[in-house]
Structure formats: C-alpha cells, structure tokens
Write a protein that binds this ligand. Structure first.
Ligand code: HEM
Length: 360
C-alpha cells in the first residue's frame, strides 16, 4: 500500500496516457461528485439504473430505490439479517485458519442478500460463481469477458422475474420491485439493471468490506473488545467505516466531462473520461494528517467510503446493518487473530483478496 508520506505528495488530479483524468485529492473528489452538470454519469452504452442516469431522470429512479432502504425497511430485515450472521459465525471452526473474504464475507453476503430479496437459498452457489467470474473479468480488463458476465447475470435475474410477473407484488422485496410503479411501469430491462446494481453493490462489496474489517479487528484486539463491551450501533458503524476509510475496498467510480473545465489545475476537455478515486481521496494527507491513524469520530465527516453528492450510495443503510450484524456475530463467536499475511487485491480492485484469521 502507498504510505502516508507518499500520499501527501500525490497531486489532486492526474491524466494518464489514454486521456483519463483520475481524481486523487479529497477536495477535488468532493467537487467532482457534487457537480453532476459538469461531470455526467452517462459513462456506459448499457442501461444502468440509477447510476448511469443524470438529472431529473436519475432523481426519479433514485426516489423509487431509496424507498427500499428506509429505517422501517431496515428494521423489518434486521432480525433475519442477525439470524443469518449468527448462524454463519457459529459455524466457523474455532482454532482453524479461515479466509475472512471467501469463507465468511462472500458466504454471508450471498445468504443475507438472498434473504433480503427473497431469492431461493439454492441460488447461492450460482451467485457466488457469478461474483467470482465478475471479479475475474474486472481484473482482466477484457470488455468481451465483462459483457458475457453481464449477460449471465441477466439470465439469472430473468429466471426470477418471470414467475413473479403474475403475483400480487407483496411476496418479497424482488416481488415489490417488479410491481413498483412509483416511477412508471418498470421494464424487465430496468428491473434487471436495478437488481444487477444491488447485487453488484452488495455481494462483492460486502465480502471485500468483511475482509478489511476482519484484517483490522484481528490486529487490534482492543477495538474488538470495545465492540463486545457495550458499544452502541452508531459507535460500531463509526469504527467499521473508519477501517473502510483506511483501506477503502470500493475504489472508484466513473464520470464524463460535459464541457471544457479543470480539476484542481488539471485541464479537462468536453467528453474526457474522469475517474473519482475514493480510496486515494480517503487517504489524502491534506485532510487526514496521518491517513493510517484510527480516529472514527474525528474522521467521520470527511469519510467518502459511500461517496457524496446525488449518487451517494443509497444502499448504505443495508450495508451498515449487514456489516454491523456480521461483526457482532463473529466477535460473539470468538476473538479473531491473524493466521498469516493478508494478500491485497490488485488494482483496479481494492481491499484484500484473502485475509486468513483464526477465531479463538
Ligand atoms: C458494502 C459497502 C458499499 C460501499 C462501500 C458502497 C459504495 C458506494 C459508492 C462510493 C457509491 C457512489 C457512486 C458514485 O458516486 O458514482 C455507491 C453508489 C451506489 N450503491 Fe453502494 N456501496 C456499498 C453497498 C451497497 C449496497 C448494499 C447496495 C444495494 C443493495 C448499493 C447500491 C448502490 C447503488 C444503486 C448506487 C448508485 C446510486 C446512484 O447512482 O444514485 N451499495 N455505492
């Protein structure tokens, strides 16, 4: 990982040989994310609801989606989420090395998401295989492979939509979404895109976040103790989000410039690709004097793990709930210790590929 000293020298924005401008600085990342007129989300030829939309159209679908992450919706899911986390944590073998990303994070992510969306438990293996192939395609940078993975997912989702078309729209969250007309009739293509976003946002990110959290908890037993000895939900959320700031696994999002402008002195032409690097921004030494220093409350306001601006993560309440329940369940099952070196993911991905831990 780049050290704090190296990060303080990082310019706020750089242009690579392909002409893509990458935003590394915290202030510049906030400016770009909060200026959707100049930095559009229409970066892909494919339909992406809501993240590929701008302006009023984005707002329309965004309002529909936010209704699935209200405090009431989360309170309804909480007992199921807790039971899922407790069951998976209780099944972890004590005194044996396990990989926090795959054995814990991925398994929990798939089971919790299936429970939330009402998907059959039998789909879990297919979903895990899909997430793995999706990650491999991202690593490879091969657009044909990425397209094939997207088509595979569409097939999985179509299989879930069809039987629900004739239902009354109350059976589960997927059923509600299929019959949701708050933004007008949703086509199959729009439903698939929304569910692909939720699945992509949830599965891989929750598994990656779990790896980062267990990596840090295993090396900081005092923080684990703080959580088990009466920390409030808000305090646990702040602790986990500070781990995720230090080692942000959700590295970047794309934009395209709509006009000639500049980002922190770096010239940008209309049509030029722009990448917001949240992981760099979250370690900008101009904002976090020592980016590795653990200060959950002091750093909370500037933390960009869930983004900022009109596209700020709508799934944050669900992500928080899942990560908090899983952390509490694991710490109730045992005390995590490192069982070897964690292996970092390679760019463009973040976080860790494997995090070996032993529960004692
Ligand atoms: C687990 C940790 C998660 C992290 C770190 C994370 C991070 C982010 C970030 C940084 C953005 C901003 C994107 C941008 O500005 O272009 C975002 C957007 C988004 N996230 Fe998450 N996310 C997480 C979990 C989730 C979950 C659980 C869901 C849904 C089930 C979700 C759904 C979305 C969607 C739909 C958007 C696009 C919003 C829009 O364009 O208006 N995310 N997320």
């Amino acid at each position: 990982m780049t050290t704090a000293a190296e990060r303080s020298d990082l310019p706020s924005a750089t242009t690579d040989l392909h002409g893509t401008v990458t935003v590394h600085g915290h202030a510049a990342a906030v400016d770009v994310a909060q200026d959707p007129q100049t930095f559009s989300n229409a970066v892909s030829r494919h339909l992406q609801v809501p993240n590929g939309l701008d302006g009023a159209e984005h707002q329309r679908y965004r309002s529909l989606i936010e209704r699935y992450f209200t405090p009431e919706a989360m309170a309804e899911f909480e007992p199921v989420c807790r039971a899922t986390a407790q069951r998976i944590a209780a099944e972890l073998p004590l005194g044996e090395s396990v990989d926090a990303v795959e054995a814990l994070g991925m398994r929990f992510a798939v089971e919790a998401q299936s429970a939330w969306l009402g998907w059959p438990p039998g789909l879990a293996d297919t979903l895990v295989a899909w997430v793995r192939e999706n990650q491999a395609a991202t690593r490879s940078g091969d657009p044909t492979r990425t397209k094939t993975v997207a088509q595979d997912f569409d097939r999985i989702i179509h299989g879930l939509i069809q039987p629900r078309r004739d239902s009354d729209g109350t059976a589960d969250v997927t059923d509600q979404l299929i019959h949701d007309d708050a933004a007008g009739h949703l086509s199959d293509e729009q439903i698939v895109s929304i569910l692909r976003n939720w699945t992509g946002g949830d599965l891989a990110s929750i598994a990656q976040c779990t790896g980062v959290i267990l990596h840090h908890l295993a090396r900081n037993p005092r923080i684990s103790q703080r959580i088990t000895q009466g920390a409030s939900d808000a305090e646990v959320d702040a602790i986990l989000e500070e781990f995720l700031r230090i080692d942000d696994p959700f590295v970047f999002n794309r934009r395209v410039a709509t006009r000639k402008t500049e980002i922190a002195g770096c010239p940008v032409e209309a049509g030029q690709r722009v990448v917001i690097n949240w992981a760099d921004a979250n370690r900008d030494a101009r904002v976090f004097a020592d980016p590795d220093a653990f200060d959950p409350h002091g750093n909370a306001e500037a933390n960009l793990v869930y983004g900022i601006g009109p596209h700020v993560c709508p799934g944050r309440p669900l992500a928080r709930l899942e990560l908090r329940e899983l952390t509490r369940a694991v710490l109730a099952a045992g005390t995590p210790e490192p069982a070897g070196e964690s292996v970092r993911e390679e760019p463009p991905m973040g976080g860790f590929r494997t995090v070996p831990v032993i529960l004692r």
